[in-house]
Design a protein around this ligand. Sequence first.
Ligand SMILES: [Zn+2]
Length: 242
Amino acid sequence: MKASHLDQERLLALQQIDIDLLKIAHKIKKFSLNSNLESLNRSLIDIKNLLIAAETEKSDIQHELSRSEIDVEQVVSRIEKDEKRLASGTGTPKELEQIQHELGTLAKRRSELEEVELEIMVRIDDASKRITDLRKQLTSLEVELTKVQSELEIEVRNLESAKQSSLTAREALTPQIEKELLTLYEKIRGSSDGLGAAQLVGDSCGGCHLKLNAAEMEKIKSLSDDEVFRCEECRRILIRVK
Ligand SMILES: [Zn+2]
């Protein structure tokens, strides 16, 4: 195949654009799979779940407290009733003695219930502290997440704009390359890790980095500029740059 030397050099420029595009695509993919972002998101979900659990627990304990308060109130009102009765002095001595006895039992019951109430209040306090702590963690995680996300967005936006520039350059360059040469390049590129053309560097192929033997070097030197030469090893289009 023949193609002007200028076309071959343009093909090398196109190859560089395609390499850039591959690198950009790789970086965009890497950013979208950002492990830091993933772990932050996972922690955020964990904290939110813990917060829901702690809030539910606190609300349950608050109900427990309400019930316990009612229990205490009932005993207190019983005590007040009995004390009034005792103060009025109405009733037989036996009845009054029974009331005295009941007051003793009620006082004991009251102190037991108040102890239970106190324990419940301590548990509410613990749950509240846990909730405050979790909310703090949630806020700092959200701040961190927003920061990482916006950094990533900037990176990806820059990469997208670099991609756009490369695509524009590619669009401008391809019509300037002879069709047959371009088709061959695309065919090789598709099956050779995105590298269809390489430069001859000294006596090595810039694609597979293998040295050409003396006979091949003699052959390449004897070829005219417009002759399209392919590496014997990797079959890539090997371009001589003057
Ligand atoms: Zn090669």
